[in-house]
Design a protein around this ligand. Structure first.
Ligand SMILES: C[S@@+](CC[C@H](N)C(=O)[O-])C[C@H]1O[C@@H](n2cnc3c(N)ncnc32)[C@H](O)[C@@H]1O
Length: 239
């Protein structure tokens, strides 16, 4: 397994989310600290990740980029092997826990807001359990980067997984409880803040064509598949 770390030629973007060291649920420090125990909860993500991969449906000629790959659950759950897969994460400790991968899969230590891969590199981009950790500005930056990475073809697809409790009244109450707990302990529970990123995807110029809500079997989750609009050559640099 190969871990590459490349400095971007672009200027670094400002630090995000809560801004207070140690309370940012997306910070490198948070995930370096959680890396050793992260594998113990992966079974709660597995059903949603498998659903995401079913919707993503990577083929043997496809290139897949998994943004915020963490300990590599998405890469390890790939049933059909794409031609190439790249797992991107900015926490070296999380990447160190990925474990064995196939030869056509590599890891890249980089920020998902500024990925050192060329425009149109991927047929499939996956983002599993990241977006709900981020501020709206950082969500927009990550989704703009995901869009830039997608090959400019309506068949290319982005699949996201977020924590989501649903819109029905009991689910909304559960969501509010979860959001309050996440706000009280952002570094530990910030990842459990429910989010439906449909509006973020739309703002990034992507349209959602599949939506699967998974209230049971693991974290209550939402899986969305989004595509570039048909019949239009996208300007990859402008969301
Ligand atoms: C909740 S874990 C999800 C890991 C994996 N995708 C999964 O589903 O198990 C969140 C991951 O996002 C990474 N992360 C947070 N902000 C990031 C960013 N701006 N760029 C790259 N990775 C980031 C963290 O290092 C962590 O590994």
């Amino acid at each position: 397994m190969q871990v590459a770390s490349r400095r971007s030629v672009r200027a670094p973007r400002p630090a995000s989310v809560a801004g207070v060291a140690g309370t940012d649920p997306a910070s490198v420090r948070t995930w370096d600290r959680l890396a050793g125990s992260y594998g113990r909860q992966e079974r709660r993500e597995q059903h949603a990740v498998d659903t995401a991969l079913r919707l993503a449906d990577p083929g043997p000629r496809d290139t897949l980029v998994d943004l915020a790959t963490g300990t590599g659950l998405v890469l390890r759950r790939l049933a059909a092997r794409p031609a190439q897969a790249v797992g991107v994460d900015r926490s070296a400790a999380m990447l160190a826990h990925v474990g064995p991968l196939s030869d056509d899969t590599r890891l890249l230590r980089a920020d998902a807001r500024d990925v050192p891969l060329p425009d149109g590199h991927a047929d499939v981009v996956t983002i599993s359990y990241l977006l709900h950790l981020l501020s709206p500005a950082d969500r927009a930056a990550v989704l703009a980067e995901a869009r830039r990475l997608l090959r400019p073809d309506p068949a290319s697809r982005l699949v996201t997984v977020t924590v989501w409790t649903g819109r029905a009244p009991p689910a909304r109450l559960a969501g509010r409880v979860l959001a309050a707990a996440a706000a009280a302990r952002p570094a530990a529970l910030g990842g459990l803040r429910p989010l439906d990123p449909t509006a973020d995807l739309r703002a990034a110029g992507l349209h959602v064509d599949r939506r699967v809500e998974l209230p049971r079997r693991g974290y209550p989750s939402l899986v969305l598949r989004a595509r570039l609009p048909a019949g239009r050559t996208p300007d990859l640099r402008t969301p």
